[in-house]
Design a protein around this ligand. Structure first.
Ligand SMILES: [Fe+2]
Length: 266
Protein backbone atom coordinates (compact mmCIF):
# COMPACT_ATOMS: atom_id res chain seq x y z
CA UNK A 1 0.00 0.00 0.00
CA UNK A 2 1.29 3.46 -0.90
CA UNK A 3 2.43 5.64 2.00
CA UNK A 4 -0.11 8.14 3.32
CA UNK A 5 1.38 11.65 3.44
CA UNK A 6 0.17 14.85 5.04
CA UNK A 7 1.61 18.26 5.87
CA UNK A 8 2.18 20.07 9.15
CA UNK A 9 2.47 23.85 9.24
CA UNK A 10 2.45 25.90 12.42
CA UNK A 11 2.43 29.38 13.88
CA UNK A 12 2.12 31.63 10.82
CA UNK A 13 1.21 34.58 13.13
CA UNK A 14 -0.25 36.51 10.20
CA UNK A 15 -0.91 40.20 10.87
CA UNK A 16 -3.54 42.15 8.92
CA UNK A 17 -2.25 43.47 5.57
CA UNK A 18 0.43 46.11 6.19
CA UNK A 19 1.03 44.86 9.74
CA UNK A 20 4.18 43.47 11.30
CA UNK A 21 5.31 40.92 13.88
CA UNK A 22 8.67 41.59 15.57
CA UNK A 23 9.57 44.18 12.97
CA UNK A 24 8.47 42.48 9.77
CA UNK A 25 5.65 40.75 7.95
CA UNK A 26 5.70 36.95 8.34
CA UNK A 27 3.29 36.49 5.42
CA UNK A 28 5.92 36.06 2.65
CA UNK A 29 7.59 33.17 4.50
CA UNK A 30 4.24 31.49 5.09
CA UNK A 31 3.31 32.00 1.43
CA UNK A 32 6.66 30.50 0.38
CA UNK A 33 6.05 27.45 2.56
CA UNK A 34 2.57 26.93 1.13
CA UNK A 35 3.87 27.34 -2.43
CA UNK A 36 6.76 24.92 -1.87
CA UNK A 37 4.46 22.33 -0.35
CA UNK A 38 1.87 22.76 -3.10
CA UNK A 39 4.53 22.18 -5.74
CA UNK A 40 6.28 19.23 -4.08
CA UNK A 41 3.30 17.62 -2.42
CA UNK A 42 0.42 18.41 -4.72
CA UNK A 43 -1.34 15.60 -6.61
CA UNK A 44 1.31 15.63 -9.36
CA UNK A 45 4.33 15.91 -7.05
CA UNK A 46 6.64 13.04 -6.10
CA UNK A 47 5.05 12.64 -2.65
CA UNK A 48 1.44 13.81 -2.83
CA UNK A 49 -0.09 14.86 0.48
CA UNK A 50 -3.71 14.27 1.41
CA UNK A 51 -4.23 17.18 3.80
CA UNK A 52 -2.46 19.93 5.70
CA UNK A 53 -2.89 20.85 9.35
CA UNK A 54 -1.87 24.24 10.77
CA UNK A 55 -1.43 23.88 14.51
CA UNK A 56 -2.42 27.32 15.71
CA UNK A 57 -1.29 30.90 16.16
CA UNK A 58 -2.85 31.41 12.77
CA UNK A 59 -2.81 35.19 13.15
CA UNK A 60 -0.96 37.85 15.13
CA UNK A 61 -3.64 38.73 17.64
CA UNK A 62 -7.05 37.44 16.59
CA UNK A 63 -7.68 40.26 14.11
CA UNK A 64 -10.62 39.68 11.67
CA UNK A 65 -8.59 41.26 8.84
CA UNK A 66 -5.77 38.82 9.50
CA UNK A 67 -8.16 35.86 9.28
CA UNK A 68 -9.46 37.27 5.99
CA UNK A 69 -5.87 37.42 4.77
CA UNK A 70 -5.30 33.83 5.86
CA UNK A 71 -8.46 32.72 4.05
CA UNK A 72 -7.16 34.30 0.84
CA UNK A 73 -3.74 32.68 1.22
CA UNK A 74 -5.30 29.24 1.64
CA UNK A 75 -7.48 29.51 -1.47
CA UNK A 76 -6.64 27.17 -4.31
CA UNK A 77 -4.32 24.84 -2.41
CA UNK A 78 -4.31 21.25 -3.67
CA UNK A 79 -5.30 19.69 -0.32
CA UNK A 80 -7.84 20.43 2.41
CA UNK A 81 -6.33 22.51 5.22
CA UNK A 82 -7.40 21.84 8.81
CA UNK A 83 -7.00 24.84 11.08
CA UNK A 84 -6.37 24.74 14.84
CA UNK A 85 -6.35 27.61 17.31
CA UNK A 86 -3.41 28.83 19.40
CA UNK A 87 -3.06 31.40 22.12
CA UNK A 88 -2.75 34.27 19.62
CA UNK A 89 -6.06 33.35 17.97
CA UNK A 90 -9.59 34.51 18.72
CA UNK A 91 -12.27 31.85 18.59
CA UNK A 92 -15.11 34.20 17.64
CA UNK A 93 -13.18 36.02 14.93
CA UNK A 94 -11.95 32.70 13.56
CA UNK A 95 -15.46 31.25 13.38
CA UNK A 96 -16.72 34.42 11.65
CA UNK A 97 -13.95 34.21 9.04
CA UNK A 98 -14.25 30.44 8.52
CA UNK A 99 -17.97 29.69 8.95
CA UNK A 100 -17.51 26.25 7.42
CA UNK A 101 -14.84 25.15 9.91
CA UNK A 102 -15.90 22.08 11.89
CA UNK A 103 -16.74 22.72 15.56
CA UNK A 104 -17.56 20.40 18.41
CA UNK A 105 -20.95 20.63 20.09
CA UNK A 106 -19.59 23.21 22.54
CA UNK A 107 -18.47 25.54 19.73
CA UNK A 108 -14.79 24.69 20.16
CA UNK A 109 -12.64 24.31 17.06
CA UNK A 110 -12.19 20.56 17.36
CA UNK A 111 -12.65 17.90 14.73
CA UNK A 112 -12.02 14.28 13.94
CA UNK A 113 -10.66 13.41 10.50
CA UNK A 114 -10.60 9.79 9.38
CA UNK A 115 -7.56 8.86 7.28
CA UNK A 116 -5.78 5.67 6.20
CA UNK A 117 -3.08 6.50 8.80
CA UNK A 118 -5.61 6.67 11.62
CA UNK A 119 -8.15 9.00 13.16
CA UNK A 120 -6.76 12.53 13.37
CA UNK A 121 -8.12 14.27 16.46
CA UNK A 122 -7.59 18.02 16.35
CA UNK A 123 -7.95 19.83 19.67
CA UNK A 124 -8.70 23.43 20.62
CA UNK A 125 -6.41 24.48 23.49
CA UNK A 126 -7.12 28.21 23.20
CA UNK A 127 -7.77 30.00 26.51
CA UNK A 128 -9.08 33.54 25.86
CA UNK A 129 -6.66 36.21 27.06
CA UNK A 130 -4.06 33.74 28.32
CA UNK A 131 -0.87 32.41 26.73
CA UNK A 132 -1.07 28.92 28.23
CA UNK A 133 -3.32 26.21 26.83
CA UNK A 134 -6.37 24.69 28.42
CA UNK A 135 -8.62 21.71 27.80
CA UNK A 136 -11.81 22.15 29.79
CA UNK A 137 -14.13 19.31 30.80
CA UNK A 138 -16.27 19.79 27.69
CA UNK A 139 -13.35 19.58 25.27
CA UNK A 140 -11.98 16.53 27.07
CA UNK A 141 -15.40 14.88 27.01
CA UNK A 142 -15.45 15.38 23.24
CA UNK A 143 -12.00 13.75 23.01
CA UNK A 144 -13.04 10.80 25.17
CA UNK A 145 -16.13 10.25 23.03
CA UNK A 146 -14.10 10.28 19.82
CA UNK A 147 -11.60 7.83 21.30
CA UNK A 148 -14.40 5.57 22.46
CA UNK A 149 -15.97 5.36 19.00
CA UNK A 150 -12.75 4.34 17.23
CA UNK A 151 -10.53 1.31 17.54
CA UNK A 152 -7.66 2.03 15.12
CA UNK A 153 -4.60 4.28 15.33
CA UNK A 154 -4.98 7.88 16.54
CA UNK A 155 -2.97 10.96 15.61
CA UNK A 156 -3.34 13.93 17.92
CA UNK A 157 -2.96 17.56 16.86
CA UNK A 158 -2.92 20.57 19.22
CA UNK A 159 -1.18 23.91 19.59
CA UNK A 160 0.28 23.74 23.10
CA UNK A 161 2.87 21.06 23.95
CA UNK A 162 1.70 18.78 26.75
CA UNK A 163 5.13 18.64 28.43
CA UNK A 164 7.88 21.03 29.58
CA UNK A 165 10.82 21.24 27.17
CA UNK A 166 13.39 23.10 29.25
CA UNK A 167 12.79 26.63 27.97
CA UNK A 168 11.44 28.36 31.09
CA UNK A 169 9.47 31.11 29.39
CA UNK A 170 7.76 28.61 27.06
CA UNK A 171 7.25 26.04 29.79
CA UNK A 172 5.41 28.74 31.71
CA UNK A 173 2.81 28.86 28.95
CA UNK A 174 2.37 25.20 28.06
CA UNK A 175 -0.74 23.08 28.31
CA UNK A 176 -1.98 23.39 31.87
CA UNK A 177 -4.37 20.43 31.60
CA UNK A 178 -1.81 17.90 30.39
CA UNK A 179 -2.60 15.45 33.21
CA UNK A 180 -6.32 15.59 32.39
CA UNK A 181 -5.51 15.04 28.72
CA UNK A 182 -3.39 12.02 29.60
CA UNK A 183 -6.20 10.61 31.72
CA UNK A 184 -8.36 10.43 28.58
CA UNK A 185 -5.56 9.09 26.38
CA UNK A 186 -4.06 6.55 28.75
CA UNK A 187 -6.66 3.78 28.17
CA UNK A 188 -5.90 4.10 24.43
CA UNK A 189 -2.16 4.61 24.83
CA UNK A 190 -1.17 1.67 22.60
CA UNK A 191 -2.90 3.15 19.57
CA UNK A 192 -1.88 6.82 19.91
CA UNK A 193 0.71 6.99 17.11
CA UNK A 194 1.96 10.56 17.35
CA UNK A 195 1.30 14.04 18.74
CA UNK A 196 1.80 17.03 16.42
CA UNK A 197 1.99 20.39 18.18
CA UNK A 198 3.10 24.00 17.70
CA UNK A 199 3.66 26.95 20.05
CA UNK A 200 7.38 26.48 20.70
CA UNK A 201 8.69 27.86 17.39
CA UNK A 202 11.36 25.18 17.45
CA UNK A 203 11.93 21.90 15.61
CA UNK A 204 11.26 19.32 18.33
CA UNK A 205 11.21 15.54 18.38
CA UNK A 206 10.72 13.41 21.46
CA UNK A 207 8.05 11.60 23.40
CA UNK A 208 5.46 12.38 26.04
CA UNK A 209 4.86 9.54 28.49
CA UNK A 210 6.05 7.23 25.74
CA UNK A 211 3.98 8.74 22.92
CA UNK A 212 6.11 10.15 20.08
CA UNK A 213 5.67 13.82 19.34
CA UNK A 214 7.09 16.49 17.05
CA UNK A 215 6.87 20.17 16.37
CA UNK A 216 8.34 22.79 14.10
CA UNK A 217 9.94 26.21 14.04
CA UNK A 218 7.09 27.27 11.80
CA UNK A 219 7.19 30.19 9.45
CA UNK A 220 7.03 33.39 11.55
CA UNK A 221 10.13 33.38 13.80
CA UNK A 222 12.36 31.09 15.88
CA UNK A 223 12.52 30.86 19.67
CA UNK A 224 16.03 30.30 21.05
CA UNK A 225 16.85 27.28 23.17
CA UNK A 226 19.37 29.14 25.29
CA UNK A 227 17.65 31.98 27.07
CA UNK A 228 17.24 33.52 30.45
CA UNK A 229 14.11 32.90 32.55
CA UNK A 230 11.42 35.43 31.74
CA UNK A 231 12.98 36.53 28.44
CA UNK A 232 11.72 35.02 25.20
CA UNK A 233 14.60 35.36 22.77
CA UNK A 234 13.50 35.16 19.16
CA UNK A 235 15.34 35.39 15.87
CA UNK A 236 14.81 35.38 12.14
CA UNK A 237 18.16 33.78 11.32
CA UNK A 238 16.79 30.27 11.01
CA UNK A 239 14.87 29.13 7.95
CA UNK A 240 11.07 28.95 8.01
CA UNK A 241 9.89 25.37 7.72
CA UNK A 242 7.01 22.97 7.38
CA UNK A 243 6.85 19.18 7.71
CA UNK A 244 5.80 16.25 5.60
CA UNK A 245 4.58 13.25 7.60
CA UNK A 246 4.75 9.90 5.85
CA UNK A 247 2.81 7.00 7.33
CA UNK A 248 3.47 3.54 5.99
CA UNK A 249 2.13 0.45 7.71
CA UNK A 250 2.91 0.87 11.40
CA UNK A 251 5.67 3.40 10.73
CA UNK A 252 5.51 7.19 10.74
CA UNK A 253 8.32 9.51 9.64
CA UNK A 254 8.21 13.30 9.90
CA UNK A 255 10.44 15.17 7.43
CA UNK A 256 11.19 18.81 8.12
CA UNK A 257 11.40 20.94 4.98
CA UNK A 258 13.55 24.04 5.50
CA UNK A 259 13.19 27.14 3.32
CA UNK A 260 16.40 29.18 3.76
CA UNK A 261 15.57 31.46 0.82
CA UNK A 262 12.40 32.57 2.62
CA UNK A 263 14.25 33.88 5.69
CA UNK A 264 13.55 37.39 6.79
CA UNK A 265 16.66 39.56 7.04
CA UNK A 266 18.29 38.86 10.44
FE1 LIG B 1 3.30 31.02 18.12
Amino acid sequence: MAPFCFLHFTDPHLPPPGGAVLGGDPAPAFAAALADAAERHGPDGPLPASFAAITGDLVRDGEPAAYARLREMLEGLPWPVHLLLGNHDDRGAFRDAFPGAPLDDGGFVQQSVTTPAGTCLMLDTHAPGRPEGELCAGRLRWLAARLAETTGPVLLFLHHPPLPVGIPVMDGMGLRDADALWEKLAPHRARVRHVFHGHLHRPIAGSWRGVPLSSLRGTAFAVSLDQQPGAATVSHREAPCYALARASGQDLVVHTVELPDARRAP
